[in-house]
Write a protein that binds this ligand. Sequence first.
Ligand code: H79
Length: 441
Amino acid sequence: MKTKRLLLFLVLSLIVCNILEAQDNYVPTKENLENRQWFQDAKFGMFVHWGVYSVLGGGGDAGIAEWIMQNKKIPIKQYEKLPSFFNPLNFDAAEWVAMVKDAGMKYITITSKHHDGFAMYDSKISDYNVVDKTPYGKDVIKMLAEECRKQDVKLFFYYSQLDWHHPDYYPRGRTGQGFTGREESGDWSSYLDYMNTQLTELLTSYGPIGGIWFDGMWDKKDADWQQGKTYQLIHKLQPGALIGSNHHVKPYPGEDFQMFEQDLPGENTTGWQGSHISELPLEMCLTINGSWGFNLMDQNHKSPKELVHMLVKAAGRNANLLLNVGPMPNGEIQPEHKSSLKTMGEWMDKNGETIYGTRRGVVAAEDWGVSTQKDKKLYLHVLDWDKEVLLVQPFTEKVESVVFFKDKSKVNYRLDQYGLLIEIPKNKKDEVDTIIEVILK
Ligand code: H79
């Protein structure tokens, strides 16, 4: 009788364990928590969308890049010709990483596999990868990982859970349907095994990495992704690695940061964002023009001023900016983008103190700008304000001093029940960002 009860108990516990998501009770390690701090202090990273789609440069359409397979309904059989054109002879990992550092960026997030299913690293489980299928034949991710380590830049891997190439990505989702030419059958759990094997490769062959940046779950919203199991695997292999997923909904247990695509946290110009902003570290990703992957016709380059504004506005909302470039098929970054990154770096050289290591300040984001803060130092970033007097309200702090950050000259101010009134004479205005340093009591 006793043994029967024990057996029943064991069976029931097994069932309960299986029902509970594997990361429901996730407790981040000390190392993970430290990395979250590091991430929030770092503030600025480079996103890289590079794949065999880059070769087509959007195919003459300014709105298409890494989605060309889906947008132009290219069957797998045809798309599989692309890797043979991928030969980035001018790729210089050392130069990329130096450019990133000069821009004031602290980390890189690169596409290890995008929706097209092509691995940009030396995957052993599938030869649909950069080493086996391209004339270049080198593991570009490994080259970048080594250089990042040398130059002290963290490397994160973007990984698309959605796959337009793998036969077992079935039942199909909202994209990658019949045009791909796949059999209308497949084994979902084999696909999940494949994905977990690829993630294991990425977490065991490239040294310690910053984290995994997932994308594509939205393709099959209601599927059983068993993400808890995947997250558990990642945290087991590298407890310090930060996991985030671009699923546009409230973060799931096991995730370490939350991202927002092409929108500041709290905004929803794209119509994809859920309204939830979690307590996790936040990151906003943004295209430097209008495309993620390389697009030959995209002339929609954001100006350096716009880019600095996005970085500052993100920081004022507690979010990092992950600014994207789409390298050309020859391995180079477009000159326009290099130039913008350089200008941002010059701005960060002078003003980085008001961004790195700060958090959202006590003054909420407004139309005129945002605030950032480190301990008692509050920085008001006046981004869009023509008048010479600015009333910052509500403002209930006690003030020790107020100066212009640029030259430490005194700011005329008045503090009363209406708020903090500051004078910004014309000759003190900065074209990009007039930063007022307020020392709080
Ligand atoms: O990698 C970059 C993009 O290729 C990828 N994420 C960034 C970082 C991305 N994939 N899709 N999107 C961005 C836009 C998503 C559009 C969607 Fe939909 C709207 C997903 C669900 C609704 C389009 C329409 C796809 C399915 C329905």
